[in-house]
Design a protein around this ligand. Structure first.
Ligand code: MG
Length: 253
């Protein structure tokens, strides 16, 4: 009896010991992708942050042909000496790109004039609205304090910048903005909220920051469903000397 039981057990074990094909040993090539090869992009001049070959030039120093008034009609800001400048006074209004964008990489440069006066928010205030909805603040915060979630490099009233790399008035500052557009649920809430990384003068100030909704002056962010939108530049009503822009280009992502 014992022998029978043992023999049956051994036979059962032998049945369980099936041989299966063994995976091939890993080789370096098994984790390498070769296709599709990436588009060749010729980078711009490093010294001038020139546009790479696949960028859309939004301002090249000549005219505002890529821009318009948010109310319709031509952009009213002044082009001179290879830059353009916010027009202050009556009839002040933002300008925005004629083309609309989803996710993108944006480069722009801006400068507040020597001798600028004012303090806190009333000193070289402008802003870049991503998809016309979410403001990355532009402000002269060189030796000028304000609330930190409204200072230069902030996502306005939401996320302060990591540091303040502001150059002094009369010197040009740059923004390099990598923006990921939101995806909405059918009920109008975010499935994926917008996200943004911002380098100011080559220094990281927003690191893949989640944008929580519209950047309101008064009140909390609101979520408003939208599609592709323009890049909009703010004409702020503060009485300080106007801000200027140059060298603006964008790459769709
Ligand atoms: Mg602003």
């Amino acid at each position: 009896m014992i022998c029978l039981a043992l023999c049956a057990g051994i036979a059962l074990q032998a049945q369980d010991k099936k041989e299966y094909p063994k995976p091939e040993p890993m080789t370096p090539g098994m984790t390498e992708f070769w296709v599709p090869q990436r588009a060749v992009v010729t980078p711009g001049d490093a010294a001038t942050a020139g546009a790479p070959s696949d960028a859309i030039i939004l301002f090249d120093g000549k005219d505002l042909s890529q821009w318009c008034s948010p109310k319709g009609g031509p952009a009213k800001w002044e082009v001179h000496d290879g830059v353009f400048t916010v027009v202050k006074g009556s009839g002040i209004e933002d300008i925005q790109t004629k083309e609309v964008f989803g996710s993108f990489q944006l480069h722009l440069e801006w400068c507040t004039p020597v001798g600028i006066t004012g303090s806190s928010q009333a000193r070289g205030n402008s802003g870049v609205f991503l998809q016309g909805m979410y403001e990355v603040q532009i402000l002269d915060n060189y030796e000028n304090e304000t609330y930190i979630n409204g200072m230069v490099g902030s996502i306005y009233k939401q996320s302060p910048p990591l540091v303040n790399p502001m150059r002094k008035p009369g010197e040009w500052n740059s923004y390099d903005i990598i923006y990921t557009a939101p995806v909405f649920n059918e009920d109008g809430t975010y499935l994926y909220p917008p996200r943004v990384t911002v380098l100011m003068n080559g220094v990281l100030v927003q690191n893949n920051t989640t944008i929580r909704g519209t950047t309101q002056f008064i009140g909390h962010p609101t979520i408003a469903p939208h599609g592709d939108g323009p890049v909009r530049l703010q004409a702020h009503g503060d009485p300080s000397a106007p801000i200027s822009f140059r060298n603006i280009w964008i790459r769709k992502l």
